[in-house]
Structures are given as C-alpha cells and as structure tokens.
Design a protein around this ligand. Structure first.
Ligand code: UT7
Length: 324
C-alpha cells in the first residue's frame, strides 16, 4: 500500500480589476499587437490597493476547501508559494491559517518564484507520504503588480496578480500509475543563472522591495529546453508516454513557450491548458489558476492524467505527474 496525495478540490481567485493591453499602451511605449504577438497575453488582473497577497490566497483557499467539501478546521498543513509576500515576515501562510484554519497547525511560505507551485506540490506530497499531514492546503498567490517597474515595457506587460489553491488529502493507493493523486515530482535549480530573472531589491541587499529585471530572450531559451526535459523526466519515471497524458498544465509565461514546448514533446496542442491570454504570468499562481480553469469548465475530469511543469527565477524548474 502507498499513501497518495490526492487533489480533493481546486479553487481560484482573481482580483476584479482587469488591465488590458490597450490601457497599458497608453502608459508605456507598447502596443496590443506587440504584446499579443510576442507573448499571447491580452489582459491581466491587478489587485486593488487594499488587497494583499494573503487576501487573494485566503479567497482561493476558501474556494478550494469548498470544492473539496472540507472545512479549514480539517487542515493540518498550510503552504503558500509566493515571491510577493505581504511582509518580509511572518509568512503569508500564517495569515491564511489564521483566517481559515486551526491554531497550532504548521504554516509556511515557499519561494521558488514561477516554479513555486510545483515545488510546493513536492513538499506537501512528501509531508503527506511521510504521514506528517493528512489534509493540506497549497496555495500559489502573487501580487506581481507591486514589484513591477511600470515604466519598463520589457517586463510590465508580462505579469498579473491572482491566486490558485488545491486541497490535498492522504488516500491509500496501490503504488501504480492508476492511483489517484501525485504520482511523481521532479525539481531542479541552477543558481548560476540568478541574474537572468531577479528582483533588484530585498531586505538584506537594498532594504527595498525592488523591481523585476529579466533577460527575456535568455530566459525563453532556457525555458523551452528545461521544461521539455522536466516533462520527459516525469514520463520516464512513471513509464508513461506523452499520448497517455490527458492534459498538460504548464506555467503560463508566454504562449510561444507553451507552443514550443508542446511541439518539442510531440504533444497535441489541444491537450494544453492555456490561460496566459487572460491572466498573463501570475508566477506561482499560474498553474493552480490554469488547473482550476480546466476543472471548472469540465475539460479536466476525475481520473485524468495531468502533467504540470514550470520554470522561473533561480533558475528553478520542475514537473509533477498527477492523476486527478
Ligand atoms: O515566468 C518565468 C519565465 N519567464 C519567461 O519565460 C519569459 C521569457 N521571455 C519571453 O517571454 C520573451 O523573451 C519576451 C516576451 C519577454 C520578449 O519577447 P522577444 O521576442 O524575446 O523580444 P525581445 O526581448 O528580443 O525584444 C524585441 C524588440 C526589442 O526592440 P529592438 O531591440 O529589436 O529594437 C525590444 O526593445 O521588442 C522591443 N520590446 C517591446 N516593444 C513593444 C520589448 N518589450 C516591448 C514592448 N512593446 N512591451
């Protein structure tokens, strides 16, 4: 018998305010045509002035718990993947736990930028399989609008705010790929590339929050290679072929990265969940937001084999194979 971490519910929250490419073009020297052609992005959601990352995270987690038919009091672990916490400390997860959970259960943040959700899934899955948690909430939540230089057209058009969450519960499995739940996770990082995508501030460097800086072309090149490798690693570890995967749910940074990765893998583009046009890059929130979109509109069904993959600052990257 094997313990599996089963996704019992998925939730999402997007701030009300929508910022279109056309509106952005009135602020910086860009155009709807350029943004759509180079990234596939058409709009993004932006948190209200009084909304913090924890507010987005709490709402997404609340919705995931409702979808799972669970109460926050059932939860014995809260993890929030974010690069845009409310404060340097305490963890944003502590706010989520205080709003929804039982006092005393562990709550912590995890920082792997755009790979944060896949990293979080690996951490939570290991807690559950080690018997240290039975019902966990994992949230990816970001307010990237707060760390963008709104005068830098090379970055400010690419990101958005949002949160997505899953409830993971411990279930008995047989140890085969027919089991529901997380079947494998593979994580990587290569810190030699830390200056390709970073924030030029922080408590121990500038004592400021800083802004996103990216060498877009370089990141793009690494992303296509690393993501395809991470997917192949997941397939090989589980002895499954790409044709057996029902849905690819990638981190949503750029439609061209999604297309190139699918092409490299020989994957039917119709089996890729794409939300980047609606949400832009929401970093750690992008995979659970895309997962939620696929579940909510009925494309992703119970029993489907779903492959998640992400790549972000660090560099960090990874994949997870999950049977819903
Ligand atoms: O989530 C973490 C992972 N992040 C990513 O995966 C992002 C990866 N990178 C990308 O998605 C793409 O590289 C970008 C969308 C950032 C840029 O696309 P690109 O095709 O690599 O364009 P580029 O950076 O080579 O820029 C092409 C031109 C430049 O002008 P010149 O030098 O050719 O005259 C830029 O100055 O486009 C210009 N440009 C813009 N023009 C209009 C850059 N940003 C803009 C803009 N509007 N917003």
């Amino acid at each position: 018998m094997t313990i599996r971490s089963v996704i019992a519910g998925v939730g999402a929250y997007l701030p009300e305010k929508v910022l279109t490419n056309q509106e952005l073009a009135t602020r910086v020297d860009t155009s709807d045509e350029w943004i759509v052609e180079r990234s596939g992005i058409r709009k993004r959601h932006i948190a209200a002035d009084d909304q913090k990352t924890s507010d987005l995270a709490i709402e997404a987690a609340r919705r995931a718990l409702a979808a799972a038919g669970r109460d926050g009091q059932d939860v014995d672990l809260f993890v929030v993947a974010t690069a845009t916490p409310d404060h340097t400390f305490p963890a944003t997860a502590a706010r989520v736990q205080a709003a929804l959970g039982r006092p005393g259960v562990p709550a912590f943040d995890l920082q792997a930028v755009c790979s944060g959700f896949v990293y979080g899934l690996a951490v939570v899955d290991n807690f559950i399989r080690a018997g240290q948690a039975k019902c966990a909430v994992l949230v990816g939540a970001e307010t990237f609008s707060r760390i963008l230089d709104w005068n830098d057209r090379t970055t400010c058009v690419l990101f958005g705010d949002g949160a997505g969450a899953v409830v993971l519960t411990a279930e008995d499995g047989k140890g085969t790929t027919a089991d529901r739940g997380v079947l494998s996770t593979h994580l990587h990082s290569d810190g030699r590339h830390h200056d390709m995508l970073y924030v030029d501030g922080g408590p121990s460097s500038s004592q400021t929050t800083g802004h996103v800086v990216m060498k877009g072309k370089e990141v793009f090149k690494h992303a296509v290679v690393n993501l395809a490798d991470a997917v192949r690693e997941a397939l090989a570890a589980n002895n499954v072929t790409i044709d057996q995967v029902d849905w690819l749910v990638p981190h949503q940074a750029n439609k061209r990265i999604l297309d190139s990765t699918a092409q490299k893998l020989g994957m039917d583009p119709g089996k890729v969940i794409v939300t980047v046009q609606e949400h832009a890059n929401t970093s750690a929130a992008s995979i659970p937001l895309a997962l939620h979109a696929g579940v909510a509109d009925g494309r992703i069904k119970p029993g489907n084999l779903v492959l998640l993959e992400a790549m972000g600052g660090g560099f960090t990257w990874g994949s997870a194979l999950v049977r819903m």
